[in-house]
Design a protein around this ligand. Structure first.
Ligand SMILES: Nc1ncnc2c1ncn2[C@@H]1O[C@H](COP(=O)(O)OP(=O)(O)O)[C@@H](O)[C@H]1O
Ligand SMILES: [Mg+2]
Length: 259
């Protein structure tokens, strides 16, 4: 199953949610792959620590190979790295990904990631982190995915842009990927004592948006988690946020697609 995490707004928690859900999946014994499609490479840093800057191969090599005119294409498998965590592999990103984007766009390569991922049958779950824009890489990811999770940071500007975002995803669904399903909006950085957080989330629910009913709290512990390159369940398994991530994971994997 391939799950993409997307919101065109930066700083809403895409990378944090991708890595923490993937870490839980791997800890449960599922073979899990994280794909980092953001040139900022935050997810790569989060999973691999400082080793992320010393990788011999990254997703850049995969896309670069696509532009190569040689007929013998390399398999995506060759660019994947193991992580320090059992059952968790990663296809890291690199800042050079940004420069490649225009070349790839002009060569109509949007289906190549999907085709390559279909061959990776050894993984039970693939998590794809995206850059904060609906550009070439995000489009590739939404075409390659079965489902989409939308992180939401309880901000009024973010709330307004959600409608536009869902419209964009629906259009991609219609034009490129009939299988794509929005699994839900993930409320992140929720402050249960702040009236504003409650009000904004209530508005989304009242508008009929598919808000997941496990909210992720605002916690400064996440900074330490990033700094130490330790997803929450490894850093502090009983922390409130770790328990929320686990509850969210379980909700997503509940039978009958109940929210
Ligand atoms: N639940 C949370 N509580 C507190 N800070 C958070 C939380 N989730 C994310 N952040 C912070 O918000 C910032 C953006 O998170 P990140 O996952 O990098 O978002 P994105 O990938 O959407 O840009 C980071 O500095 C991170 O520490
Ligand atoms: Mg990110």
């Amino acid at each position: 199953m391939r799950r993409v995490i997307f919101n065109q707004k930066g700083g809403v928690g895409k990378s944090t949610i991708t890595c923490n859900l993937a870490a839980i999946s791997a800890q449960l014994g599922f073979n899990t792959l994280v794909i980092d499609l953001d040139p900022q490479a935050n997810t790569s840093q989060y999973v691999l620590g400082n080793k992320s800057t010393q990788m011999n191969t990254t997703i850049v090599d995969f896309f670069q190979d696509m532009l190569n005119l040689s007929l013998r294409k390399k398999e995506l498998q060759q660019f994947i790295q193991t992580s320090p965590f059992n059952h968790l592999d990663i296809l890291p990103s690199h800042p050079d990904l940004a420069e490649l984007e225009t070349k790839l766009e002009s060569r109509y390569k949007i289906y190549k990631l999907r085709d390559a991922l279909k061959k990776l049958t050894q993984y039970d779950f693939i998590y794809i982190d995206t850059p904060p824009a609906l550009g070439f890489y995000t489009l590739c990811a939404l075409i390659a995915a079965d489902t989409c999770l939308i992180p939401f940071d309880c901000d009024e500007f973010s709330r307004r842009s959600l409608y536009h975002l869902i419209g964009n995803i629906t259009e991609i669904q219609q034009d490129h990927n009939n299988n794509l399903r929005i699994e839900g909006i993930i409320v992140n950085q929720y402050e249960s004592r702040a009236i504003q957080s409650k009000k904004i989330v209530k508005e989304l629910i009242d508008d009929g948006l598919p808000v997941m009913d496990v909210y992720l709290s605002h916690s400064i512990k996440i900074r330490e988690s990033h700094e130490k390159s330790q997803p929450m369940i490894h850093l502090d398994p009983n922390h409130k946020l770790s328990l929320e991530f686990k509850a969210l994971y379980e909700k997503l994997h509940q039978p009958h697609g109940k929210k």
